[in-house]
Design a protein around this ligand. Structure first.
Ligand SMILES: [Zn+2]
Ligand SMILES: [Zn+2]
Length: 80
């Protein structure tokens, strides 16, 4: 089993690091190669990358909105 940490770089995790054989969100076992990540907002555990997106949208809308708002004030381009 090779789990790749979804981050700015892909970091392979050993089974020991992971400590789990299945996704904390969908409860399905990880495949031979899977992209995984953890939640920024709680300690749910390691999830498929796509499951983490669903989990965060479903469970952490407020926190997500706060993060979005924190970046809103900064204009992306000076000329706008
Ligand atoms: Zn999953
Ligand atoms: Zn969470």
């Amino acid at each position: 089993m090779t789990l790749l940490w979804r981050d700015s770089w892909l970091k392979p995790l050993s089974d020991f690091d992971v400590g789990a054989e299945k996704c904390s969100y969908c409860k399905k076992a990880f495949g031979k190669i899977d992209f995984v990540t953890a939640c920024d907002f709680c300690e749910i555990g390691i999830m498929h990358d796509s499951c983490a997106n669903k989990h965060i949208i479903a469970s952490h809308k407020k926190e997500l909105q706060r993060k979005i708002d924190a970046h809103k004030d900064k204009p992306l381009h000076d000329y706008q």
